[in-house]
Design a protein around this ligand. Structure first.
Ligand code: GLC
Length: 745
């Protein structure tokens, strides 16, 4: 034991010493730097892909040569990155290496399901593995820093960027943020297969009015603390290396210059010491917002708020020196920002070896491995959600009578438009990419169904997802002699991601009308939806036999889909975002307040409802069916009265009464019926994924700590009250067992 203690002390000392070493090296370097070189380190310039507007990046190598660039983003060309790094370390006065940043959002060269789909798996180790692969591929391609994870909570399906996050719940979002950072950063930032993470967009971006991207955000401090900040705090505590400003104003102040968010909360309350990069020209956009006069004013306000690096805008280049000369900022503030940039480069090992991530052998050996595809296939299957399965039409079992299956629709066998993926797949190319890398639904389903004895026909109809009259008649004719129809509908890949908000969340491109035509044949129809956000499809829900939310599943779309439709893999996905019945209900989310007049029954006047729609969702948060029947016992609570500092322990037993093994996500919620402020009807506080073979019955334990029971009141106090609580456990937020417990002083 003595030797173990000695060893641990030695390790701790070494880690501290290495951290102190960076301090010494940073100070020594800072002392040599001119003001221009310091401001250069705070300047990030786009590479060969621009994901924003107003960029002028001519003469890039000379800008690096004169020391006015500290970082490059969105650069895909491996050899160019070597050239740029050579210029930085060999042709500048101090040889400070560049850091290369990139949007690695759901895979880099191997494309996985979109993050919202991954969230639907509720499988934290899967998500960590995905990020591990993405980081390995990106680091082998010369990237050092990914602009991920995006941890914005979103309740608005109109917003195109819901697809990048983990949905509507702060607890699920926090756990997923932690898993992503573990996967991206690994154990050590200077490992050749890890990247620096960048938690974004700080903060409130998902609450833009009307679901419009970049739009204004107004909310109380209480809601900010309760709904928006938890995943950011979790990420800060998980040692995320960097954060990124959001584009939006928060209560009138642009996030990039929001001292309350950055200095008071992130750096002050949470004690986070990392580096903050703007979003694309978001420093310059403070002027467009009307919260800054010019580049000098914008530079002063953003730096003084605690932001460090200027992405793509050049605001600091044009205004920071003058801001210093005018006394709007101090040299110390500039030095502090430069220290954070230098520290990140030291921690990544770029000073020791500026070319450690630009290794040609690793670039060949670490990208596109077969095992990455295997993981992508499993991830696609685990993220898909079964919403309806009338008469157990699924899974498609072996047939000896040569049953005929028609795979039809605008997304039956589509090539191009980043279909089955999203805009955020820049690692494989911006517009031009190798679409043959994607296994389409038809390519995956045909061999799997033929092996089960089916006769398979494929009819890819509609252009760019639009189902015109021709598409309707082709499908109608094709379906005439089918025994079962698999209709593949949804969104075009390019329409998923940033700057892709929609005002209508019905099936796009006249697809629901197309489905009605298809159904005239009155054959069983399985609708497979390729979507990046909750969509509405009331007619389909009522009239089609089975509905699968496939999201945008990535490279292994067709194989993952075949695995779940044939029952090779049982469905296990659960919705991370509420699916409303109609657009008028938006925003609609499970953790809403009760109101003083909750509507228990549609049509009850003088209650919080509509004359023309139910208030309940089409499919609630946490919902998802499988091919098994899982029964939940009543909740057992050891001690139903506990002290305020105690943890409640509760159990349920879940039993698989079906004939197929299943991975069941058991969810645990609480409600505090009386507090200083109104509390949500339910708050997710824990979940457990449990594997159940047919006949298995397993106990699942939940612990509800004092922190779980705590909440923010309107005096911005985080407190835990004594009193009565409700505990809920179930397969989703609307179908739960209930128990009461009491907390005494
Ligand atoms: C974009 C996005 C941000 C991304 C950055 C670099 O505008 O808002 O998420 O990381 O610019 O592409």
């Amino acid at each position: 034991m003595r030797y173990f203690i000695l060893f641990s002390l030695l390790v701790t000392l070494t880690i501290n010493l290495s951290a102190q070493n960076y301090d010494k090296q940073i100070e020594a370097l800072l002392a040599k730097m001119t003001l221009d070189e310091k401001i250069g380190q705070l300047h990030q310039v786009p590479g060969d892909i621009t994901t924003g507007t107003d960029v002028k990046k001519d003469n890039l190598l000379n800008s690096i040569r004169d020391g006015s660039v500290g970082s490059i983003l969105s650069h895909t060309n491996f050899d160019n990155k070597i050239t740029m790094q050579q210029v930085a370390v060999k042709e500048t006065r101090l040889g400070i290496p560049l850091i290369f940043g990139f949007d690695v959002i759901h895979g880099y060269k191997t494309i996985f399901p979109i993050p919202l789909a991954q969230a639907a798996s509720w499988n934290l180790s899967l998500i960590e593995q995905i990020e591990r692969v993405a980081a390995t591929e990106a680091a082998a391609d010369g990237q050092n820093w990914t602009f991920a994870p995006m941890v914005d909570i979103s309740r608005d399906p109109r917003w195109g960027r819901s697809m990048e996050g983990a949905g509507e719940d702060p607890y699920l979002g926090s756990r997923i943020a932690e898993a992503r950072i573990r996967g991206i950063q690994g154990r050590n930032l200077n490992d050749q297969a890890t990247l620096a993470a960048c938690v974004k967009h700080y903060a409130g971006y998902g609450f833009g009015e009307a679901g419009r991207d970049y739009n204004s955000v107004d909310m109380s401090e209480q809601r900010l603390r309760e709904m928006v900040l938890p995943p950011f705090k979790a990420a800060a505590k998980a040692d995320a290396a960097t954060f990124m400003n959001a584009f939006n104003t928060l209560n009138g102040t642009p996030a990039s210059m929001n001292k309350h968010l950055i200095t008071d909360i992130l750096r002050g309350e949470w004690g986070w010491k990392g580096m903050i990069v703007s979003d694309w020209n978001s420093f310059g956009e403070t002027i467009i917002h009307g919260a800054a006069e010019d580049d000098i004013d914008a530079s002063a306000k953003c730096l003084a708020a605690g932001s460090d690096m200027d992405m793509a805008g050049g605001t600091f280049q044009r205004g920071l020196k003058k801001a210093l000369e005018n006394g709007r900022v101090t040299q110390a503030q500039i030095d502090e920002a430069v220290r954070r940039v230098l520290r990140l480069k030291f921690e990544l090992g770029l000073f020791d070896d500026p070319f450690k991530y630009l290794n040609k052998e690793r670039n060949k050996s670490q990208i596109g491995k077969a095992e990455y595809r295997t993981l992508a296939r499993s991830a696609a299957a685990q993220s898909m959600v079964l919403l309806k399965n009338q008469n157990n039409i699924l899974p498609l079992k072996a047939t000896t009578t040569k049953k005929k299956v028609l795979i039809v629709g605008p997304y039956a066998d589509s090539r191009g438009n980043k279909d089955y993926m999203s805009f955020w797949t820049l690692g494989i190319g911006f517009r031009a990419y190798d679409s043959t890398q994607v296994v389409t639904p038809a390519q995956g389903l045909r061999p799997a169904l033929e092996a089960l004895g089916y006769e398979v026909k494929v009819a890819q109809v509609g252009k760019n997802g639009v189902c015109d009259v021709m598409a309707q008649s082709t499908a109608f004719e094709a379906a005439k002699d089918a025994d079962i129809v698999i209709a593949c509908v949804g969104e075009m890949g390019y329409n998923c991601g940033e700057s892709r908000s929609v005002a209508n969340i019905g099936l796009p491109g006249n697809q629901e009308e197309w489905l009605k035509t298809l159904k005239i044949n009155n054959k069983p129809v399985v609708m497979v939806l390729f979507n990046s956000r909750p969509l509405t499809f009331e007619w389909a829900s009522a009239n089609l036999d089975a509905i699968v939310v496939a999201w945008q599943p990535g490279y292994e779309t067709g194989n993952g889909l075949a695995d779940v439709l044939t029952g090779k893999t049982n469905f296990s996905g659960r919705l991370p975002m509420t699916f409303p019945r109609n657009l008028g209900q938006v925003p609609l989310y499970y953790n809403q307040l009760r109101t003083g007049r909750p509507q228990e029954k549609f049509g009850t006047l003088w209650t919080s409802g509509y004359l023309d729609s139910e208030v309940t969702p089409a499919y609630p948060f946490g919902f998802g069916l499988s091919y098994s029947t899982v029964e939940y016992s009543e909740i057992r609570i050891e001690k139903s009265t506990i002290g305020n500092a105690e943890t409640l322990t509760a159990f349920v037993t879940v039993s698989n009464k079906g004939t197929m093994a299943v991975d069941e996500t058991v969810q645990c919620y609480i409600n505090d019926p009386a507090a200083d402020v109104a509390r949500p009807l339910k708050e997710l506080k824990s979940f457990v994924r449990v594997h159940l073979e047919p006949g298995d019955a397993k106990p699942v334990q939940f612990n509800i700590t004092p922190e779980d029971r705590s909440y923010w009141n309107d005096a911005v106090q985080f407190k835990c009250d004594p009193g009565k609580f409700k505990l809920y456990v179930g397969p989703n937020s609307a179908n739960v067992k209930e128990a009461l417990f009491t907390v005494t002083k």
